[in-house]
Unconditional design. Structure first.
Length: 144
């Protein structure tokens, strides 16, 4: 099965005190074991780094540890899919046409990667955002 893990799932999988840690970690483990084809949006790498290095956890996640977590758990096992400049523009135009604004643009970019990659499941802890911007994908948007 071809799956896409969004940033919220990866953070939950990598951060043990997260309330959804066990459920998210199970999906990451299956992806790393190649039980599923693991897709990730390229911009998720940067978003993941930003979130990990600013999480209010003790001890703090240093920049070096964040990089190592991303490299060892994501870069070595996921297919990183990028969008073209025209695909970015299409996503932003669609949001503009719908009157949708703000940080939901990042979920819209992930949804575009899911469409482009023809994934069978998009795993997220933010299903309402994905269903809002991509109603036709609601059948594959899944909370672990």
């Amino acid at each position: 099965m071809r799956i896409l893990l969004d940033t919220s799932i990866i953070v939950a999988a990598l951060v043990e005190p997260h309330p959804m840690h066990e459920r998210a970690l199970a999906w990451l483990k299956r992806a790393k074991a190649k039980e599923n084809e693991f897709i990730i949006a390229s911009h998720t790498l940067a978003e993941l780094y930003a979130v990990l290095t600013t999480l209010p956890v003790t001890p703090r996640i240093s920049s070096g540890i964040a990089w190592r977590l991303i490299h060892e758990n994501i870069e070595t096992s996921a297919k990183v899919v990028s969008l073209s400049a025209s695909e970015y523009s299409t996503v932003i135009k669609h949001l503009s046409d719908q009157g949708i604004h703000g940080a939901i643009v990042y979920d819209a970019l992930i949804a575009q990667v899911a469409k482009k990659s023809d994934v069978e499941r998009l795993l997220t802890l933010n299903p309402d955002d994905f269903n809002r911007i991509w109603p036709e994908g609601s059948s594959i948007v899944t909370v672990p």
